[in-house]
Each structure stands twice: as structure tokens, then as C-alpha cells.
Design a protein around this ligand. Structure first.
Ligand code: FES
Length: 117
């Protein structure tokens, strides 16, 4: 992926795609600095979450089912809040990433995380 930056966008944000590349209510997978993320556009809002389910570490969250304010992992159906990645209990879940929309460009703040499985 070509990581481009505008001078108005904070340094830690990376361009992932244009708004047009995000179909409504369908997730897309991107890699930002080797971090696997799932990006969703739902009713004009953009959400960015880790693409790797904490249950069995399947990297398929982008292909999940959108249900109300949640994304359901397509493997066994664990539910994660789209806004912050948490489980319905409010704890754990997926990392979520800040998003900036600048013109037609979608930027995501991804801080590389060391996985300890
Ligand atoms: S791998 Fe996601 S719910 Fe099991």
C-alpha cells in the first residue's frame, strides 16, 4: 500500500484509501505498518478495528456481519462494538483506531502493537 500524508494530517495517521473505495456496510481489509485492520463505512461513519479476532486469532473481522452497532466475527460470532472494539460486556475485544476523513481520503491512526499470544 502506498502510504501518503498531507501536511494537515497528524504524523501518526496513515492514508488507507479514498472514501469511494469503501462500500457501504461492507468491511475492507488493509495493512498499515504491518498491522492488519478492518475498515467499515456505515451510514456515513467510518470505523477502523483490528482485523484479528481475539478468540482464535482469525484475521477475518473485515468479512464479519454488521448488526446494529456491532461487527460479528464470521467464524464463531463473537460480537465487537464498532465504535471501540469492546465485547458486549464492555471489556476486552479488538483494538480500535482513530479515523480522520480529509476530503475524500480516509486516514487511520495505527500504533504498532506487539502481540503476546
Ligand atoms: S475466531 Fe472469531 S469468534 Fe471464533
Amino acid at each position: 500500500m502506498n502510504l501518503q500524508k498531507s501536511s494537515e494530517i497528524p504524523e501518526e495517521f496513515f492514508r488507507v484509501c479514498s472514501l469511494k473505495e469503501l462500500p457501504d456496510k461492507t468491511g475492507k481489509r488493509f495493512f498499515v505498518n504491518d498491522t492488519d485492520i478492518a475498515v467499515f463505512k456505515i451510514n456515513g461513519e467510518i470505523f477502523a478495528l483490528s482485523n484479528t479476532c481475539p478468540h482464535q486469532h482469525s484475521s477475518v473481522i473485515y468479512d464479519g456481519i454488521i448488526e446494529d452497532n456491532y461487527i460479528l466475527c464470521p467464524v464463531h460470532g463473537w460480537k465487537f462494538n464498532l465504535a471501540n472494539g469492546t465485547l458486549p460486556s464492555g471489556s476486552g475485544g479488538l483494538d480500535s483506531y482513530e479515523v480522520i476523513l480529509s476530503g475524500n481520503d480516509v486516514y487511520v491512526k495505527v500504533i504498532k502493537k506487539e502481540l503476546k499470544w
